[in-house]
Design a binder for this molecule. Structure first.
Ligand SMILES: Cc1ncc(COP(=O)(O)O)c(C=O)c1O
Length: 402
């Protein structure tokens, strides 16, 4: 196999393509010396609202803060109330989903995932809502860039009279089964512009979306310490202001986002074909079931839905996953495990009583999944090298492979 270098993400490549467009706006911010909030942030907010189809977008410092602000705006707070309210969220997600709740004195109740889509399992969530009548919000995650079923989840939230907080940190531009962009149907949508996201800043940044004018107003006050007018506080917020520099960069990048989504979708289709032509099945068949090749590609979406592939995640047998990672790294192929420890098994949440065996689908996904390079600009040749390296390793290390 030819020696090749395939990073997990190549932001230098993206920057080289955008330099001519981005450097003038960075210079303008430097010349204006208006660094915090201001017209660039306002313009970005309008453009994000328009892009998602939500009535309002409010910029903030990160996706983690977006979640925090969402909970604060909904008055779900265990610090001041003296009680420990609860929210339900998935266990198999980035830490911030549960961590944001914990920081407000809220106990996250962790639901298992649907093993096929990796998104939060609605039947398990219903059971948890029955068991914990003190749950104050439902917080599913559009994981890896794929929407959860918005029809089902909005219906559930309405039936239970609970707010639906969409953790759409990985999913700006993702469309649900109705072809509707995520972050526009829930009570509040939370987005991250962390550099590795499809729309990534030059640092941390985030946004919240909502259709509710009162919530939008409250969110915009909470991110500036809760003061409006400045120095007059009816509430206590946080410092989660968005930098003008980030907003200016994001506005340029937003004009390229659709083409980046298209390239990621094309790359995913290429991998699907490369793996499936060798005998891989989709994630609808568990690894436990024997197959010619013990690799499972993402299920993908059909109809009006759009998966934006912030991550392209395959499954392999848990016993060989970490060796495969090592092998890929030795062959200069970037890879990552999202996420090796489900939240119910994180040490910091031990007092919630979660233990191994509680959420089998989350635990299995944590052992079997591995993310491969999928960024725009990845060549077919690079993809073939990644696929061939993965396939040959899996074939050589799984006795059930033929
Ligand atoms: C599902 C999910 N939620 C929340 C966040 C937090 O976003 P940020 O890193 O911008 O704070 C992330 C970011 O990685 C995420 O993937």
């Amino acid at each position: 196999m030819s020696a090749m270098n395939v990073p997990l993400l190549d932001l230098k490549l993206q920057y080289a393509q955008l330099k001519e467009e981005i450097e003038p706006v960075m210079r303008k911010v430097a010349e204006d010396q208006w660094f915090i909030m201001g017209p660039e942030v306002k313009a970005l907010e309008e453009e994000i609202a328009q892009y998602t189809g939500a009535k309002f977008a409010v910029g903030c410092a990160s996706g983690s803060d977006a979640l925090l602000l969402a909970l604060m705006a909904l008055n779900i707070d265990g610090i001041r109330s003296g009680s420990r309210p609860k929210v339900v969220c998935p266990s198999y997600t980035f830490f911030a989903t549960g961590g944001s709740a914990w920081r407000l004195g809220i106990d996250p109740v962790f639901a298992d995932i649907d093993p096929v889509t990796y998104n939060m399992d609605i039947e398990h969530t219903k059971q948890l809502l029955d068991q914990h009548p003190d749950i104050k919000a439902i917080m599913p995650v559009h994981l890896f860039g794929q929407s959860f079923d918005m029809d089902e989840w909005t219906k559930l939230a309405e039936e239970r009279n609970l707010p639906l907080i969409e953790d759409a940190a990985q999913s700006l531009g993702t469309k649900d089964d109705q072809g509707i962009t995520v972050g526009s149907r829930g009570t509040i949508g939370c987005f991250s512009f962390f550099p590795s996201k499809n729309l990534g800043a030059f640092g941390d940044a985030g946004a919240v979306t909502t259709n509710d004018p009162e919530l939008a107003e409250k969110l915009s006050i909470l991110r500036v310490h809760g003061g409006k007018p400045k120095y007059y506080h009816r509430m206590v917020g946080v410092n989660s202001r968005l930098d003008a520099l980030q907003a200016a960069i994001l506005r340029i990048k937003l004009t390229h986002l659709e083409s980046w989504h298209d390239q990621r979708i094309q790359n995913a289709a290429n991998y699907d074909q490369m793996f499936q032509s060798q005998g891989a099945l989709t994630n609808e068949t568990p690894i436990a079931q024997e197959a010619d090749l013990q690799i499972r590609t993402p299920k993908g979406v059909t109809g009006k839905a759009r998966h934006i592939y912030n991550q392209y995640v395959i499954r392999v047998p848990g016993e060989i996953r970490d060796d495969l990672r090592k092998h890929l790294s030795e062959n200069n192929i970037g890879n990552e495990v999202y996420y090796p420890v489900p939240l119910h098994m994180q040490e910091c949440f031990a007092e919630l009583g979660g233990k191994e065996g509680d959420l089998p689908h989350s635990e299995l996904a944590a052992k079997e999944t591995i993310a491969l390079p999928i960024y725009p600009g990845l060549t077919q040749e690079q993809q073939q090298y990644v696929a061939d390296t993965v396939v040959s390793f899996v074939r050589a290390h799984t006795p059930t492979s033929v």
